[in-house]
Ligand binder design. Structure first.
Ligand SMILES: [Zn+2]
Length: 246
């Protein structure tokens, strides 16, 4: 279940299913990435400072996102990853962050092995199965069990607002019988990107999943929405800080 918490009186969104590490989704109130809103640069700087103090760190690992399925396991001395849409960390006390306006933010946490991950899945990342690929790296390459992963699918554009044409529909929906994944209205399709990513998690063996009902486009008063604001917008973020390996 999701609930609003706050940092310095500014709203952030947390899930009740992860209690052992600090992870959350930010809102418009706690902007960290101004992107196409230069007027928000000053607040972003202040909020970043607050975050560094709160987490007691001097760096946050992040990426230049390109709607790919490229994944990086972060290394101590490199804070920004080019052409990357998912980050994984197993460094004690490290913080990773990615940014969004409508795309699906996913946070993964494996307490036993002290591994955290954030994923950016727009429709292209969803099509190229970035979520499934990230779970595979955490399990196969890092030698963990998918059942030990807890997953949060955060606020993103919902089926209500994610309208696509036939081409995108064909690329995303392989089986038209899966009616829960889409709605057809004439020659337009409305697709549930969050549910598609939930299926990738389930098919990879992840069982403990919390999916957020909030649509960023319907709720653009709280979250940034690329579609609603016609591209001229900032980004909200998904952030996880892992602790120390036991
Ligand atoms: Zn909506």
């Amino acid at each position: 279940m999701y609930y609003f918490d706050s940092i310095n009186g500014k709203r952030i969104l947390r899930s009740t299913i992860i209690k052992d590490c600090d992870c959350f989704f930010t809102t418009r109130e706690f902007v960290l990435t101004p992107k196409d809103r230069p007027d928000l640069e000053e607040s972003a700087l202040l909020n970043k400072k607050t975050l560094f103090e709160k987490f007691k760190v001097n760096k946050i690992y992040t990426a230049k996102q390109i709607h790919s399925n490229n994944i990086s396991i972060v290394k101590e001395n490199k804070t920004e990853y080019e052409d990357t849409d998912a980050l994984i960390t197993n460094i004690d006390n490290s913080v990773i962050m990615l940014n969004y306006a409508d795309c699906v933010p996913i946070i993964l946490y494996n307490k036993k092995n002290n591994i955290g991950s954030v994923i950016h899945a727009g429709w292209r990342g969803t099509e190229s199965e970035i979520t499934k690929k990230t779970v595979e790296i955490i399990t196969k390459e890092m030698g963990t069990n998918p059942e030990e992963i807890t997953a949060l699918i955060g606020p993103a554009i919902g089926k209500c607002c994610f309208e696509t044409d036939e081409e995108v529909f064909e690329r995303l929906i392989k089986n038209r019988n899966q009616k829960e994944l889409y709605e057809q209205k004439g020659n337009k399709y409305f697709i549930d990107l969050k549910l598609l990513n939930k299926y990738q998690l389930i098919n990879s063996g992840v069982k403990n999943i919390d999916i957020c009902d909030y649509c960023t486009c319907c709720m653009s008063d709280i979250f940034f929405s690329y579609r609603k604001e016609k591209g001229k917008t900032a980004r909200h973020s998904a952030i996880i800080k892992i602790g120390e390996a036991k």
